[in-house]
Design a protein around this ligand. Structure first.
Ligand SMILES: Nc1ncnc2c1ncn2[C@@H]1O[C@H](COP(=O)(O)OP(=O)(O)OP(=O)(O)O)[C@@H](O)[C@H]1O
Ligand SMILES: [Mg+2]
Length: 211
């Protein structure tokens, strides 16, 4: 049975699809059988990215498919080591269904209080609905400085949640890479790839240990 990793958030554009793709890329590079279930049927951003990747002939190839619900995605989990649920924004009921299906629920968040307050509320709501808090983790995205990373970690630790090791800086190169079908670990800049890889590897470690 696959380990199921879900990316969720109430806010849009926080990095769910970005991290889904990078996790898929790195897991595939590590020899794991991995599938991204794009649950945002309106936007289908990971499906589009996958097409772009195939067209450009980028290796390793990853498998991405659109599903209407988490339950439908789980139906294909058997053939894979990791099933990644790339969730849509702003749908509490769907988020709960997605979170219940997952071994690990990752919520990307930015560093501002405007981002952090609703992000913490979202996890509190999942815990209240019965999702064990040990299955929840934050991933830090669009960080500016080391001090900002440290402050954000402290805020989320205070709220009682795990935060994945590493963080993504706000960088145009991450957008450019994804525009061309690459993952954020495949930019033209070794240092940025290394940073992204630290975050993704900490995720893979967690998933394969919990799996
Ligand atoms: N660290 C970063 N630096 C620069 N751009 C980023 C970074 N992280 C994400 N982006 C860009 O921000 C946009 C939104 O990211 P992404 O699509 O991953 O968010 P999402 O949470 O999946 O959004 P949605 O809620 O719409 O599904 C994308 O264009 C992506 O390339
Ligand atoms: Mg998305």
């Amino acid at each position: 049975m696959a380990a199921v990793v879900a990316f969720v958030s109430q806010k849009g554009g926080v990095g769910k699809s970005t991290l889904s793709r990078a996790l898929a890329r790195e897991a595939a590079a590590g020899g794991l059988r991995v599938k991204v279930a794009d649950l945002d049927t309106q936007q289908g951003t990971s499906v589009d990215w996958h097409r772009q990747r195939l067209n450009a002939g980028i290796e390793p190839s990853v498998s991405v498919e659109a599903f209407a619900t988490a339950a439908q995605a789980l139906g294909v989990a058997n053939g894979f080591d990791i099933l990644i649920l790339d969730g849509p924004a702003r749908t509490s009921q769907a988020t709960l269904e997605i979170a219940r299906a997952a071994n690990l629920v990752v919520q990307p968040t930015g560093a501002s209080l405007d981002d952090l307050r609703p992000a913490v509320r979202e996890f509190h709501a999942l815990v209240k609905a019965g999702v064990p808090s040990a299955r929840l983790a934050f991933a830090l995205n669009r960080i500016g400085t080391q001090a900002e990373e440290a402050e954000t970690r402290a805020y989320l630790a205070e709220a009682g949640y795990a935060v994945l090791e590493g963080c993504l800086l706000e960088r145009p190169a991450y957008r450019q890479a994804q525009n061309a079908g690459h993952a954020i670990t495949e930019t033209r800049y070794a240092a940025l790839n290394g940073r992204a890889d630290t975050l993704i590897q900490s995720l893979i470690d967690r998933v394969t240990n919990n799996g």
